[in-house]
Write a protein that binds this ligand. Sequence first.
Ligand SMILES: [Zn+2]
Length: 376
Amino acid sequence: MFGESYSLFRILGFEIRANVTWLFLALLITWSLAAGFFPFVYPDLAPTTYWSMALVGMLGLFFSLLFHELSHSVVARAYGLPVGGITLFLFGGVAEMTAEPKEPKVEFWMAIAGPIASVVLGVAFYGVAVTMEGLGVPDHIAGVARYLGFINFLLAAFNMVPGFPLDGGRVLRAALWHWKGDVVWATLWASRMGQGFGLLLVALGVVSFLGGNFIGGMWWILIGLFVRAAAAAGYKQLLTQQALKGKTVRRFMTTDPVTVPPETTVEQFVEEYLYRHDYDVFPVVRDGRLLGCASLRQAKAVPREEWRQTRVSDVCQDCGDVNTVDVDEDAGEALNRMQQNENGRLMVTEGPRLVGMLVLKDFLRYLQIRGELEKA
Ligand SMILES: [Zn+2]
């Protein structure tokens, strides 16, 4: 969603990634600590001292975000939910869950684990600060630990705001879900609270901006917009999952896909398939059996003067898991996979045979019609 992410290391079996936008946050934090916060609280120190303190502060924040997300991930895994990894990005961290909890109790413990971890870490940092001061360590060094203690309490407090997708919003959703037994209704209200909170942040950001705090104001406006969008998306995603529940790929596929016979030459493939249709990847089929996939990329790899002699069967490749789906697979699963391969199509197979094609457009049309009917 925010461009490229880089894998940093693995911890407790989770892959830790940093998005390119995290670099921006790291620089902003370091700069505002070195040039603003620390000089204000501890005046008359050398600039190099401020920058060292800021660097430690930034690394401490990195550790704090990681600790928070790790606690979500560990609890999720303990309940058997798959966790993709942890990514740090512009607005903090996110533990990537590829499945939603099936009952409110699991949701509650998964969500509350993060703020609890942050409070524990906050107390630990304060403990370190107080111990340092007791041992006669200079004020400004203990001050970094004190700052990190404060940051962890702030993280816990912000995340406990009862609006989805924040942790507090998930706790609220779990409570409403437990109370009424209706996950859609619970998500709707948690999402509305989240959207409201997002708007509130935007409003506070605007006031702050107009008051002359340009960077701080912009920052709150950005976070507010992000929370608002994520809150709305969370609800939509749940509706989609509910609508597709219990349905398989068979229900949505088209059964007469455009296929390429293996003896087609590359020249014919380009003229009669690539130019005429809207897609980049085509199934190569003989007697109903899927032999492989032919694509624009493979055609381009053949020198133009060889297009007449080369057959598609010579250049086509295995379609791979990202482009194929079994006819009896769960439709929601297929939709997830389709959003990953980015061409909006999947070849539907039954054993070695190609039985159809799954197109994103058809899914969206189904969901849209269903949505219209439910509104009525
Ligand atoms: Zn959290």
